[in-house]
Write a protein that binds this ligand. Sequence first.
Ligand SMILES: Cc1cc2nc3c(=O)[nH]c(=O)nc-3n(C[C@H](O)[C@H](O)[C@H](O)COP(=O)(O)OP(=O)(O)OC[C@H]3O[C@@H](n4cnc5c(N)ncnc54)[C@H](O)[C@@H]3O)c2cc1C
Length: 380
Amino acid sequence: MDHVFTIIGGGIAGLTTAIALKRIGIDAVVVEATPEFRPVGAGLSLAANAMQAFRELGIADAVIAAGRKIDALTILDQKGNVINRTNTEQVNAKYGISNFSIHRAALHDVLYSLLPPGSITRGKRSCDIEEVGDGYCVFFEDGSSILTNHLIVAEGIHSPIRNKILPASKLRYAGYTCWRGIVKNEKQITTVSETWGTGGRFGIVPLANEQIYWFATKNVKEPGSKLKEFKRSDLAYNFRDYHEPVVDLINATPQEHIIWNDIFDLEPISNYAFGNLVLIGDAAHATTPNLGQGACMAIEDAVVLANCLKKHSNVPDAFRSFQEKRLKRTHEIVKGSWRLGKMAQIENAFLSKARNLLFRMIPQSVYEKQIDDLFNVNFE
Ligand SMILES: Cc1cc2nc3c(=O)[nH]c(=O)nc-3n(C[C@H](O)[C@H](O)[C@H](O)COP(=O)(O)OP(=O)(O)OC[C@H]3O[C@@H](n4cnc5c(N)ncnc54)[C@H](O)[C@@H]3O)c2cc1C
């Protein structure tokens, strides 16, 4: 065999897992498709569950130094009136750690810096696998292949290896499309907000280094639709009736820096472990972004997987134990995020008024309980 442990995919799941395994004495090789690191120009919120995972790995301080603390999430209507404001400080105090926002590139930089040089092989996109004895041969698009005893698949939502071993696994189009951008925080905005309106949703997340990350979503029947051609001016026009500074943020973002993609998730699958192979991160449980939990779950996976490998000397047992610990929580988050998306994306004027009224009436304790459920993670 060329390697004992191989991680395919050097995204948030793959890199965090490599760090977690290194801590327990396992030197895994990470094999990544992109030939060079190209940071995605978008932000990420890291909720307290992800921050606890980083704390378990002893790297929370490095992430905190690159991020910005978030104390509350405010949901607004399109005129800017508050629908709900959930202060997370009390729940955070219970877990002894805050929520943070971070530039994706900054998080990648932190994770890379914690791995020894040479632990990542770049420019190799997996396209197939074959079982070889108890291990696997992974084939790459460039014609090369590697043999490994144990395979951790962290290739993201479109994972070809998952598609090979689970040909019935299905991506579900959520019914909305998304734009993202990062601009200078000219107006010194300090509040994280999400605006629900009849033209779609608009999120504003202050980042470190005086930057603002924004996202916009809009309902559209078919994926890959004509909205792909939407220009910045079309987007600004779409949100013209929204409160300040929605249109200003869109207009301040250079057209070429606006990222567009349709929103999909992975219909929950019932197995993550397959003998000496395990699926983690989006390859296992890609979710819609409504709860801001996709990367958080990937980071949790890394810690739980390392703990399972520490406990079980037999790797397939460790992978099976990982699956047992992760299926329920990840399925619940995927389903909860899907449901929230359906509510938040209501664009019909009458129904959105009714929804806003309902969300204003929900007691604060209910929001806090939901947040507590997300933050309350067991890594053992
Ligand atoms: C609009 C949007 C907003 C989001 N906001 C948040 C948020 O605020 N908070 C949060 O927690 N989550 C958020 N998420 C989800 C988050 O981005 C993902 O859950 C997270 O990136 C998953 O990490 P991953 O490493 O599993 O997959 P990925 O990030 O997709 O990484 C996969 C890696 O594998 C590589 N790869 C792909 N195919 C191959 C192959 N065949 N061979 C080798 N390498 C391969 C890729 O190049 C990549 O480096 C958001 C998602 C979207 C779409």
